[in-house]
Design a protein around this ligand. Structure first.
Ligand SMILES: Cc1cc2nc3c(=O)[nH]c(=O)nc-3n(C[C@H](O)[C@H](O)[C@H](O)COP(=O)(O)OP(=O)(O)OC[C@H]3O[C@@H](n4cnc5c(N)ncnc54)[C@H](O)[C@@H]3O)c2cc1C
Length: 475
């Protein structure tokens, strides 16, 4: 084993979480080394692909802290401990200001509140993946340059696999690089490896019985290594069954122009989503992230279809920066169209009477104001339901696109990894998508991946620096 000890702290993963943490440490006088499994200069990760919107529960990160705290607690129905909710709400604004000082550029992407702070330059309004020279890519390169200038380092091609634990304290990490083991003895380790969506076994155990039927809507580089290392060190996990993702055309599994955009959430939340028997199985009013999770839980996650009509196709179908209308059919996504629901059902291979009956009951309940009492209920506060009555009728066969897992290693407000008894594991921290307990839960609240990454990273770095008694250096 080759020893690499020229750092105070090892950071596992060079995404936004890892790079923010390493820079904040270096700024505070603590030398950080980032271990990144990707080999190329522009190694892939979700942070490089990101849409770049910094929001908290779809609200402006600069909003009143109490209102943001409340939004996190309400959207997750109390799943998030108050101390973590407060941390995100209070530090979201500080994160954006800190990133600006690091050289990040933000812009307003639309008139929507949650689009106030978007990394520039944004992805172009076109289907498929578009990351080179876009906000996430530029941010990572800026942060890497800043880190090197501050004396930190990035070791590429190094996949961390185990922690050095002595007397219950984390004192370093062992990584594999080019067939060799490198050991880094450090005062602390920050796990920032991006979650476990890229590990089919873990996804199967916690999220979906048939992971091969989900579409990886990101880089898929999070393979749960950090999770496994933390578990071996006695950490506890939380909220493992939820993920951040969107509803995609099922053709996205074979057509790269259909992911990560356009997603079809706006059609799904305006129309209805049915299973193979033509029956609804989810409250569409809870939003695309919720629907994607429900699709993943179907016995066959490739058996869901979104049903809507002409007024939805021409209305909500055109919502968003890269809307399904016209992009979905333009790049080869299946869009079935028929002048009656019976004809649509026959194209789908669903019993015509079943689909017609589902739509009829839905329309009647909408008209009568009783959607709240049908099964499954259809909520209306976030996404207003619309009748499915105006021919032609449409169907889009869909799948769940998994972007990153929401659950993971339990942490406190300093981003310290916690044992099952709630005590922190000295020297072990978790930042970004690898951390659990900040979003998801039974209500599936989506708080915001980038805000979560940046805040946990800042907090981990600052706690370590305090513990080291470090002296801040010039930025
Ligand atoms: C298409 C897309 C759009 C998105 N849009 C938004 C948005 O607009 N707003 C928002 O809030 N969120 C968005 N997200 C989510 C957000 O980008 C992620 O939550 C965030 O980037 C995760 O950052 P991270 O640093 O935790 O993980 P990552 O960016 O995945 O970085 C983790 C890094 O760790 C490395 N790694 C993994 N295992 C190891 C190991 N064992 N050893 C060493 N290195 C390892 C990986 O190679 C990777 O480079 C989007 C994501 C995608 C894919």
């Amino acid at each position: 084993m080759i020893e690499q000890s020229h750092a105070d702290v090892a950071v596992v993963g060079g995404g936004v979480a890892g790079m923010v943490a390493a820079n904040r440490l270096a700024q505070l006088g603590v030398l950080a080394m980032v271990l990144e499994q990707g080999e190329s200069e522009r190694y892939l990760c979700n942070s490089r692909y990101t849409g770049g919107t910094f929001h908290i529960c779809f609200r402006d990160v600069m909003s009143d802290e109490n209102a943001l705290t409340q939004a996190i607690i309400e959207s997750t129905a109390g799943f998030v401990p108050r101390a973590l909710a407060v941390a995100i709400a209070v530090d979201g604004r500080r994160l954006v200001r800190w990133l600006q000082d690091e050289g990040a550029r933000f812009m307003k992407a639309s008139g929507a509140e949650y689009h106030r702070w978007v990394l520039a330059p944004p992805a172009r309004s076109r289907p498929g993946l578009d990351w080179e020279g876009r906000g996430g890519d530029v941010l990572l390169r800026t942060l890497e340059a800043n880190l090197l200038r501050r004396g930190g380092s990035v070791v590429r091609g190094a996949r961390a696999r185990s922690l050095l634990i002595a007397d219950g304290q984390c004192r370093g990490v062992i990584a594999q690089r080019g067939g060799q083991e490198i050991g880094c003895r450090t005062r602390a380790v920050i796990l920032a490896d991006g979650g476990f969506q890229g590990n089919a076994d873990l996804v199967k155990r916690h999220i979906c019985a048939r992971p091969e039927r989900l579409k990886q809507r990101g880089a898929g580089t999070g393979r749960g290594d950090g999770l496994q290392m933390a578990l071996d060190a006695g950490a506890s996990v939380v909220g493992m069954d939820r993920f951040y993702g969107h509803v995609l055309s099922c053709d996205a599994l074979v057509n790269d122009r259909l992911w990560p955009y356009p997603y079809v959430d706006s059609l799904a939340t305006a129309g209805i989503v049915v299973g193979p028997a033509g029956e609804r199985f989810v409250d569409e009013g809870r939003g695309g992230v919720y629907i994607a999770n429900a699709i993943a839980q179907l016995a066959d996650p490739l058996s869901a279809t979104v049903i809507f009509d002409e007024s939805i196709w021409e209305g909500p179908g055109r919502n968003g920066l890269i809307p399904a209308n016209p992009h979905l059919p333009a790049v080869g996504g299946t869009l079935l169209r028929a002048h009656s629901l019976e004809a649509l059902a026959s194209e789908l291979g669903i019993a015509a009477s079943a689909l017609a009956s589902t739509v009829r009951s839905y329309n009647q309940a909408l008209e009568a104001g009783t959607l709240i009492s049908i099964a499954p209920l259809r909520s209306a506060s976030r996404y207003p339901p619309r009748p499915i009555a105006c021919a032609p009728f449409y169907a889009v066969p869909v799948c769940a696109g998994i972007t990153n897992t929401m659950g993971g290693i339990a942490i406190n407000e300093h981003a310290q990894a916690l044992r099952t008894d709630g005590s922190p594991i000295s020297g072990l921290y978790v930042a970004g998508a690898a951390a659990g307990g900040i979003e998801g839960g039974p209500a599936l609240g989506y708080v915001g991946g980038l805000a979560k990454c940046g805040v946990t990273a800042l907090r981990a770095a600052e706690h370590i620096a305090r513990a080291c008694g470090a002296t801040p250096i010039a930025a």
